[in-house]
Design a protein around this ligand. Structure first.
Ligand code: PRP
Length: 209
């Protein structure tokens, strides 16, 4: 799949295995998400454009570089919140726009409950953050909102995806780049990723019932 990128770094596999385990505590789960988000963000931004900037080192003046593109981070609430801080650490000047969505338990369709995306002055690059792409419905809805805003370069950062969901997403949005730590083979009858990691939002915020 052109424009779908799966991390191959051994550290991604290492941290993902800890993330998946039922025995992993919410605190450790948040740490693993943080580490994986950083690995994803490094990979997803390796072609951002630069402009020269004068720098004076203790030895001599020189020409350095700074980012020339405006980056917007769009976490999908709730679970996407866990990826915000690491991405902001790498891109401190990024704007953060929240989109609230939950999946209806009966239909697995995304229900939007919060969105404050502006209608003009779109960022150059929009990074959609959500640790899970199951059916892909939530990420699709976020991508549509970013397109409506006018963002031309949209990239999705997701820790774990299900193959049927990511294939369907890629078919509908072949130009949107998707960066994932791992693509799992299937969805179960409840549209949960298999083998997956359970419900990322509940595990992150310790709200499992
Ligand atoms: C989960 C997950 C994604 C979505 C993935 O959110 O965090 O947002 O489902 O499923 P999809 O690809 O089939 O749309 P959930 O509804 O559990 O909300 P939460 O983040 O508030 O826990």
């Amino acid at each position: 799949m052109k424009n779908v990128f799966e991390l191959t770094h051994p550290l991604a596999q290492h941290h993902l295995s800890i993330l998946r385990a039922t025995s992993t505590s919410p605190a450790q789960f948040r740490t693993q998400i943080h580490l994986l988000a950083m690995l994803l963000a490094v990979r997803a931004t390796d072609d951002l454009k630069l402009q020269p900037v004068p720098v004076v080192t203790p030895i001599t003046p020189m020409s350095g570089n700074c980012l020339s593109q405006r980056v917007g981070i769009v976490p999908i609430l709730r679970a996407g919140l866990g990826l915000v801080e690491p991405v902001l650490q790498l891109i401190p000047d990024a704007a953060v726009w929240h989109v609230g969505m939950y999946r209806d338990e009966a239909t697995a369709q995304p229900i939007e409950y919060y969105s404050k995306l502006p209608e003009e002055n779109a960022v150059d690059v929009g990074l959609v953050l959500d640790p899970m792409l199951a059916t892909g419905g939530s990420i699709k809805a976020a991508v549509v909102a970013l397109q409506r805003w006018g963002v031309k370069d949209i990239r999705v950062l997701s820790v774990i995806a299900a193959r049927p969901g990511i294939e369907q997403f890629h078919q509908e949005y072949p130009d949107v780049k998707v960066f994932v730590a791992c693509i799992d083979p299937e969805l179960n009858s409840h549209k949960f990723i298999v083998p997956g990691l359970g419900d990322a939002g509940d595990r992150m915020f310790n709200t499992q019932r």
